[in-house]
Ligand binder design. Structure first.
Ligand code: ADP
Ligand code: MG
Length: 169
């Protein structure tokens, strides 16, 4: 592991053919220089905080490597979100075809206007923790001294799991 690798991403979306959108986002990330090494199953969960009647969300975690600046990965991700139909200036809690969050980049800890690492919402989201524990159980969460498998265990013991795998791959 170098300072900024491995990289763990979370894909999410609840509009359109999300599985297809995830596949093409992954191909485009590869074209942009991201090297995927593992991909979780897709999990389904009810939309939280979105407009009434919003479709369920699909989420998957993707592990890989990135050998340029973290901000360049965020720029690439934001371009792919817009290409998938998400407005460039979007409110926080609304339905969207594609959202990609950078969960962890190696042991980097940072907080700038554009990028916070690790992603600040990880510990509050089962749809991030469970797929991540599937592909990166031993990955530590910098600053928290916990792995994703430990986080998933805590979540399973103490909370109601709302998020279930919806595909066998
Ligand atoms: P969420 O992903 O929590 O639903 P949004 O995707 O709407 O929220 O938030 C996007 C904003 O979050 C972007 O403006 C981006 O600059 C910022 N951001 C900060 N840290 C990260 C990160 N680790 N991964 C992705 N976006 C991030
Ligand atoms: Mg996001």
């Amino acid at each position: 592991m170098t300072d900024a690798n491995p990289v763990l991403l979370s894909f999410g979306g609840n509009l359109g053919n999300v599985e297809k959108t995830f596949d093409s986002a992954l191909r485009n990330l590869e074209k942009g220089g991201f090297h995927p090494t593992a991909c979780s199953r897709i999990y389904r969960s009810a939309a939280m905080g979105c407009e009434p009647g919003a479709p369920d969300f699909r989420n998957r975690s993707v592990l890989g490597t990135w050998n340029a600046a973290p901000e360049d990965l965020l720029t690439l991700i934001q371009r792919l979100e817009v290409e998938a139909g998400r407005p460039a200036n979007h409110p926080h809690w609304v339905s969207r075809p594609l959202d990609i969050d950078i969960l962890v980049m190696g042991n980097l800890i940072r907080k700038t206007e554009r990028l916070t690492l690790p992603h600040p919402e990880i510990t509050r989201r089962d749809f991030v923790i469970l797929p991540s524990a599937e592909i990166a159980p031993d990955l530590p969460l910098p600053g928290l001294n916990m792995t994703f498998s430990e986080l998933a265990d805590i979540w399973r013991r103490s909370r109601k799991i709302e998020c279930v795998p919806c595909s066998g791959k």
